[in-house]
Design a binder for this molecule. Structure first.
Ligand SMILES: CC(C)(COP(=O)(O)OP(=O)(O)OC[C@H]1O[C@@H](n2cnc3c(N)ncnc32)[C@H](O)[C@@H]1OP(=O)(O)O)[C@@H](O)C(=O)NCCC(=O)NCCS
Length: 154
């Protein structure tokens, strides 16, 4: 697997992956995805298979004052449980840390056990429930991680 920065040519593929990874009502629309990837302070990386096909990605924002927001983490079904999600997130954290982020927050669906296990294994903790956070009406958990100096590469 190869990991590299997102490029605008990846945009359609990222929209497709997000649609395949999340149910309707949680997946981002094309307009939302464009806004996410255009936003100032955006950090996005993709995972490419041996044929150069993007099979996963992560997107985050540097918010200022040491805060960062993990927007989404997506790995296509056939590529899961191979460490790609963890690798994307770890690389993203390193980049956020290098950009001055000291506390990362994210929202994840209350029913998304795979994501909870992954985030907890990487040091995230539950902050509070966000009732009816998604347009589908599903609740979310707000999760948070403080980056340790050892997470932050100079
Ligand atoms: C959540 C997601 C990104 C994980 O990606 P992945 O590449 O499969 O994750 P990894 O292989 O790096 O798994 C890392 C660890 O997370 C945990 N984990 C991942 N998937 C899991 C599952 N289905 N059940 C339980 N634990 C799981 C395990 O601890 C795993 O380590 P292990 O395989 O050594 O046991 C992927 O399932 C996905 O894209 N889901 C749909 C979109 C989504 O929910 N995104 C996250 C919410 S924003």
């Amino acid at each position: 697997m190869t990991y590299r920065d997102y490029q605008p040519a990846d945009f359609r593929r990222l929209c497709e992956i997000d649609r395949r990874c999340f149910p309707r009502g949680i997946a981002y629309t094309v307009t939302e995805m464009a806004a996410i990837l255009r936003r100032h302070g955006r950090l996005a990386m993709v995972a490419e298979n041996v044929r150069g096909v993007v099979v996963g990605f992560v997107a985050a924002h540097v918010l200022g004052q040491g805060r960062g927001h993990l927007v989404t983490l997506d790995v296509l079904r056939g590529y899961r449980r191979q460490g790609i999600g963890r690798e994307l997130l770890t690389r993203c954290e390193e980049r956020l840390g290098a950009a001055g982020v000291r506390r990362i927050r994210l929202e994840t669906a209350a029913s998304n056990r795979a994501a909870h296990v992954l985030y907890i294994s990487l040091g995230y903790t539950f902050v509070r429930m966000l009732p009816r956070y998604y347009p589908s009406g599903e609740d979310a958990w707000l999760m948070e991680k403080a980056l340790e100096p050892s997470d932050v590469r100079p």
